[in-house]
Ligand binder design. Structure first.
Ligand code: BGC
Length: 385
């Protein structure tokens, strides 16, 4: 599979971090505590408990003072505070101030999604002659790893100040949510001094399985989810997308975007053609077939917001991008300061393999076998004009 690549670069990347158990502080953490009065690049604070385990909130700060907060509950990015063109500061991702917001199961806000991001039809697939039945949690389909996916697990965490970087690791046991094989997953978040949030995913298995890891951040570049993202302007480097049936499973067709509301090959306001997308509720919730054919790290999408002057670029090694306009948000979930989060309050650009790949032989394979290394990189780069 194409994500099993650049093992060498993954190893170099991983040498910058130290692995440790979350509830047993390692040397890095002790060092951090001893030097916390100096300008530290990563800090750790208590964020409550889940599954009887302590949960922490890590703050990654780069040399410019930009901060990203990530919890080891679900590997969730809870905030990414950046300046706008007038010097105001706000978070460009949906998130909560406390763990309770996440324990109430919001739709994957900021989370690491696995073992299989997106849908698998009827929660069934085969590898060779072996058939597997998954937990279904989205009508008759399996979505984002099942009832208790990686987004609801407490990950082990370790960090290093030099980059700064946070390494999260999780062992998904054989049979968890119906998936075969013990899957060892490591995700490394980094924040560069030029405001690039890197996410590097690695996994290995002891039985053939399927893997599709992604991050489910909801972006609103205005920094205020009371504004919709319909005036954001988007470009996606994709000449085709995968149309879906009523339950959002791809039909298998790679449909050229030309002449359709899915053509974002030139920068276009998200709201300009959203009413023509169909679906229930109406909006974008589709996988785009990126023009990136060789699995190298390439620019996949660019979003801009003229009011704040903010620009977000998405680079990935993945072949697909799920563009979702928060169609299912309906105001029932509230921000930490009590404001309803309504439809189109944010957008997701989930880098991934295509939905339902385990049942679609023509799509790039998501099978991972023992001895192979799952590896993918995504970078979200923020700038202000
Ligand atoms: C899916 C949507 C879903 C959302 C939250 C997206 O990745 O494509 O259909 O509603 O995640 O679960």
């Amino acid at each position: 599979m194409r994500t099993i690549a650049r093992l060498f670069s993954a190893m170099i990347f991983l040498t910058i971090t130290h692995m440790s158990c979350n509830n047993a502080p390692n040397k890095t953490e002790e060092t951090q505590a001893a030097t916390s009065s100096t300008a530290a690049a990563v800090t750790k604070q208590d964020f409550g408990q889940a599954d009887g385990k302590p949960v922490s909130l890590f703050t990654l700060t780069n040399k410019k003072g930009i901060q990203v907060k990530i919890t080891n509950y679900g590997g969730i990015i809870t905030s990414w505070v950046v300046p706008d063109k007038s010097g105001g500061k706000s978070s460009i991702v949906l998130g909560f101030d406390s763990l309770s917001g996440y324990l109430a199961k919001p739709p994957y806000f900021g989370a690491l999604v696995g073992r299989y991001g997106n849908r698998i039809a009827k929660g069934k697939f085969k590898i060779g002659d072996s058939s597997y039945t998954l937990a279904t949690n989205n009508g008759k389909n399996a979505l984002h790893g099942g009832v208790k996916g990686f987004d609801k697990q407490v990950w082990d965490a370790a960090f290093t100040d030099s980059v700064p970087a946070l390494t999260l690791s999780y062992l998904s046991k054989d049979g968890e949510e119906g998936y075969p094989g013990n899957l060892k997953v490591t995700v490394v978040y980094t924040l560069s001094d030029d405001d690039e949030l890197g996410i590097e995913y690695n996994a290995t298995t002891d039985k053939p399985t399927v893997v599709n890891l992604t991050n489910h951040s909801y972006f609103n570049l205005t920094g205020n989810p009371s504004n919709t993202i319909l005036n954001h302007v988007l470009k996606i480097d994709a000449d085709a997308y995968t149309p879906v049936d009523a339950s959002l499973i791809p039909t298998g067709v790679l449909q050229p975007v030309k002449g359709t509301p899915f053509d974002f090959t030139t920068p276009t306001a998200i709201g300009a053609r959203i009413a023509q997308t169909g679906g229930n509720p109406v909006g974008y919730d589709h996988n785009f077939v990126l023009n990136n054919k060789d699995g190298s790290l390439k620019l996949a999408a660019v979003v801009t917001d003229s009011v704040s002057g903010r620009k977000l670029e998405v680079y990935t090694t993945q072949p697909g991008l799920q563009f979702y306009t928060g169609n299912f948000l309906d105001g029932s979930i509230k921000t930490s300061d009590g404001k309803p989060i309504n439809k189109n309050a944010a957008l997701c650009l989930e880098t991934q393999h295509f939905p339902d790949s385990p049942n679609q032989p023509a799509f790039p394979s998501t099978v991972l076998k023992p001895g192979e290394q799952y590896h993918s990189i995504t970078k979200y780069k923020l700038s202000v004009n």
